[in-house]
Write a protein that binds this ligand. Structure first.
Ligand code: ATP
Ligand code: BTN
Length: 244
């Protein structure tokens, strides 16, 4: 079936737009923008969103069940994005738990899942994806970590419309599968793509920090880290992982 798609010019944030426009609250409905004036990352961080330079996309999906039902959602979305890019011949992508897309050890894109209230045991999710296509030099001062875009690491131009169509399509397919079968069938692929697989990492949970070896993810989408005291599962939310 066809899902509504709204293409916008300049907007504060596609996630905010989708949240407010309840006519788009049906599974698979989405919006795209050319630029965002208040693009968001996790934990109130800013997402640089210059005009025409990236994909800024949000999709609505409602899942049956509370937080346990969507524990691995951002991992499934990451796998969908990597597969969409694979169809364009883009290889060497990696995923950084829980929500980042990496290329050549630099940040290429990010995923922001916002849960719009859990009513009648349903989780209403706004799924946001930002993917850099061709960023202007001017963002350099604004991004405080290594980043890249698709144009930089490819020898040919990339068609943003084609990219958008592939991402929307694979997202819908993977979300249907996730809804029906859960995360299991996505886990092997995620483990292969894990940026920190078998590497030493620091886990930052507010003012607490833990050092260990990154083992992979479990059935809840939590990151497993081998600490001196034993293996521990870290759950999304306020946790960040860094290489050591
Ligand atoms: P975490 O591991 O906790 O997710 P993070 O540094 O990746 O940490 P996010 O909230 O996921 O933080 O992403 C926001 C960060 O991404 C910003 O603070 C900035 O460093 C970086 N950033 C902002 N805009 C872009 C962009 N267009 N491309 C790449 N990186 C960006
Ligand atoms: C992150 O790495 O923290 C996630 C970044 C997510 C950015 C996308 S761009 C489209 C959507 N709208 C937003 O305001 N954020 C997401």
């Amino acid at each position: 079936s066809q899902s509504p798609l709204r293409v916008l010019s300049v907007i504060d944030s596609t996630n905010s737009y989708l949240k407010l426009n309840t006519d788009l609250h049906q599974n698979g409905a989405a919006c795209l923008a050319e630029a965002q004036t208040a693009g968001r990352g996790r934990q109130g961080r800013k997402w640089q969103s210059p005009f025409g330079a990236s994909l800024y996309l949000s999709m609505y999906w409602s899942f049956i069940g509370g937080y346990q039902a969507i524990g691995g959602l951002s991992l499934v979305i990451g796998v969908a994005v990597v597969e969409a890019l694979g169809k364009l011949g883009i290889e060497g992508l990696q995923l950084k738990w829980p929500n980042d897309i990496y290329l050549e050890d630099k940040k290429l894109g990010g995923i922001l899942v916002e849960v719009e209230g859990q009513i009648n045991d349903q989780s209403h999710c706004i799924i946001g994806i930002g993917l850099n296509v061709q960023l202007p030099e001017s963002v350099h001062e604004e991004i405080d970590q290594p980043y890249t875009d698709l144009t930089h690491s490819l020898d040919h131009a990339i068609d943003r419309n084609h990219l958008a169509a592939l991402v929307l399509d694979l997202l819908q397919q993977h979300l249907h599968r996730y809804e029906a079968e859960g995360i299991s069938s996505f886990l092997p692929r995620w483990q292969e793509l894990n940026l920190f697989k078998d590497k030493p990492v620091r886990m930052i949970c507010g003012t607490n920090e833990f050092e260990g070896i990154c083992l992979g993810v479990n059935q809840d989408g939590a990151l497993l880290v081998k600490l001196a005291t034993g293996t521990r599962a870290f759950y999304g939310g306020e946790v960040s992982v860094r290489s050591l």
